[in-house]
Every structure is written in structure tokens, then in C-alpha cells.
Write a protein that binds this ligand. Structure first.
Ligand code: DX5
Ligand code: ZN
Length: 216
């Protein structure tokens, strides 16, 4: 699946940018929520999610890079989020939070930062719908892909297979046409891409080329 991240879109032209990636074949839309506390950047809150819900049929994949996510998951679900992911590093009671997200009717994902080992996920893996592996330090678009993320995806894939889990592996940060094939082979199912789509000059063409790699 291809999940364009609107972080790199033009917020003053968001309707057109969303329509463009939707008609180019995007599978879901990745929305990065940042609070200036958990990460050193600020983006938007539930209102933006609600407004985007009105202009697209794509499922909304909300990536919460915020402190105290348990306070806000209800607001994002109400705004129209279909998938909600929360950081392992931001939650003291992750099992409760993941169940809370599922009870809200959303797919629940857990995210880990580049410096966090996939081993911390062992107890939560049977409960999650997806795991989001950060392949850059969260906070900004357009950063360089951290190469060791490929091995991390392989390790996580092995863990999921051993417990017969159908949970998806999503990867986020620095993804482009040059690293997608090896990530696909490593077990990545959902590819978040901001800069390599919206910064390419031709978002439609970028998505078409990405789809070619995923279907090869
Ligand atoms: C980074 C965000 C990403 C970001 C990825 O903190 O979580 O979703 O938009 O952007 P690119 O694809 O440009 O690295
Ligand atoms: Zn993200």
C-alpha cells in the first residue's frame, strides 16, 4: 500500500493535493499530528482530520506524534480517523491505549522510533493491527532514510510470522523509489512517502512508479 504523507503537501491547496494522490492510486492517506512536545515541530489537530474526511474516500491513517495520546485518540476517531497509531515512547499504558483505539472502531498501530528495538513490541504484537517503524527521527519530512531500518523490518516480520499475526508493517521516513524494493522484500506492507511524492514535481507520476515497484 502507498500512503502519501500530506506533511509535504501544500496546506493552502490541500483539497487539490489530496484529490491528486487519490486519483493517482494512493491506498490510504497518512496524516502526521505533531504537538511541539513529543517532537520538535507542530502540525495540526482533529479539525484538519475532520475537514480532510469530507474531501476524500481514502482511509485516513493518523500518526500521533504527541505526548499523552490517550487524551486525544477519542477526538481523532470522532474526526474520522480510520487508523490511529501511537508511539511506544509516548505511552505508559500501551495495552490499554491500543484497546481504547480498537474500541473506538479504528485500526490500532504502535510506532517505534529509530533508536527503539522491535523487541519492546513482543507483548503488544498479538494485540495490534499494524506496527509503524520510523525510518527517520520523527518531526520533519524530507529527511534521509536510516539504512538499518531494513533489518528492523525483517526482524519484525519474523516475529509476526512466529505468532501467526496478520498485523501489517508500515514504514515512515525517507522512503523513495530507490529503497522500496528492498523494503518490500523485507516485509514492509505500507509505504509512507511525503517528500518523494509531493516534492517530486509530479505526484501522480511518483505514485505510478511506486506502484510499479510494489507490483513487480
Ligand atoms: C516524519 C513523519 C513522516 C513524514 C515523512 O516525522 O512521520 O510521515 O511525512 O516524510 P518523508 O517521506 O519526506 O520522509
Ligand atoms: Zn508519519
Amino acid at each position: 500500500m502507498i500512503a502519501p504523507s500530506i506533511l509535504s503537501a501544500d496546506f493552502s491547496n490541500i483539497r487539490e493535493d489530496v484529490k491528486l494522490v487519490e486519483s493517482a492510486g494512493a491506498d490510504i492517506l497518512h496524516l502526521d499530528v505533531m504537538d511541539g512536545h513529543f517532537v520538535p515541530n507542530i502540525t495540526f489537530g482533529p479539525k484538519m482530520v475532520k475537514d480532510i474526511k469530507q474531501i476524500t474516500a481514502l482511509p485516513l491513517d493518523v500518526h500521533l506524534m504527541i505526548s499523552e495520546p490517550e487524551k486525544y485518540v477519542g477526538d481523532f476517531a470522532e474526526a474520522g480517523a480510520d487508523w490511529i497509531s501511537v508511539h511506544h515512547e509516548a505511552s505508559f499504558h500501551l495495552n490499554r491505549l491500543v484497546n481504547q483505539i480498537k474500541e473506538l472502531g479504528c485500526k490500532a498501530g504502535v510506532v517505534i522510533n529509530p533508536a527503539t528495538s522491535v523487541d519492546v513490541l513482543d507483548e503488544i504484537l498479538p494485540v495490534v493491527d499494524y506496527v509503524l517503524l520510523m525510518s527517520v527521527n520523527p518531526g520533519f519530512g524530507g529527511q534521509k532514510f536510516i539504512g538499518s531500518s531494513v533489518e528492523k523490518a525483517k526482524k519484525l516480520k519474523g516475529k509476526l510470522e512466529r505468532i501467526n499475526s496478520g498485523a501489517l508493517i508500515e514504514m515512515d521516513g525517507g522512503i523513495d523509489l530507490g529503497n522500496m524494493k528492498k523494503l518490500k522484500d523485507a516485509g514492509v506492507d505500507v509505504f509512507v512517502a511525503g517528500n518523494s511524492i509531493f516534492g517530486s514535481g509530479d505526484a501522480g507520476k511518483a505514485i505510478a512508479e511506486m506502484k510499479k515497484i510494489l507490483n513487480s
